[in-house]
Design a protein around this ligand. Sequence first.
Ligand SMILES: CC(C)(COP(=O)(O)OP(=O)(O)OC[C@H]1O[C@@H](n2cnc3c(N)ncnc32)[C@H](O)[C@@H]1OP(=O)(O)O)[C@@H](O)C(=O)NCCC(=O)NCCS
Length: 104
Amino acid sequence: MLKGTQYLFGVSEEDTGKLRVFTRVLSDRVYRTVVFDVVVHPEFRGQGLVRMIFDEMTSHPDLKDIEQLVLYCTEDVVGLYEKWDFTQNRDGTKIMIRKRPLRA
Ligand SMILES: CC(C)(COP(=O)(O)OP(=O)(O)OC[C@H]1O[C@@H](n2cnc3c(N)ncnc32)[C@H](O)[C@@H]1OP(=O)(O)O)[C@@H](O)C(=O)NCCC(=O)NCCS
């Protein structure tokens, strides 16, 4: 049986522990890896922090050879992920979403 594993990639301030950049990744370590929550603290955007954690994530020994690395994003950041060879889905598969009100 494949076991899912969660990976966290981030950079925090040494003195305060405050997060500057963060992403969360879930992988079965063979077929599929899903990337969630790519966020840079507003004060630290445009300084290469996403490049740092995406370079680390995509070269991680457990993740670099996974058949499919998947994320969903808005149109304005498509060009960001293309830098790591993500492409928009053209194989006909659909994203299916079941929505419920966000829990407070
Ligand atoms: C989008 C976001 C993650 C980008 O962070 P950032 O700190 O600007 O990213 P970096 O400085 O590490 O940029 C890495 C590279 O991507 C490029 N880039 C950054 N944002 C981009 C965008 N929206 N479109 C295209 N390229 C982009 C940079 O120019 C840089 O290129 P280079 O390394 O080849 O010079 C950040 O603005 C953010 O946290 N936004 C709010 C949350 C969000 O929208 N997250 C994405 C959810 S899918």
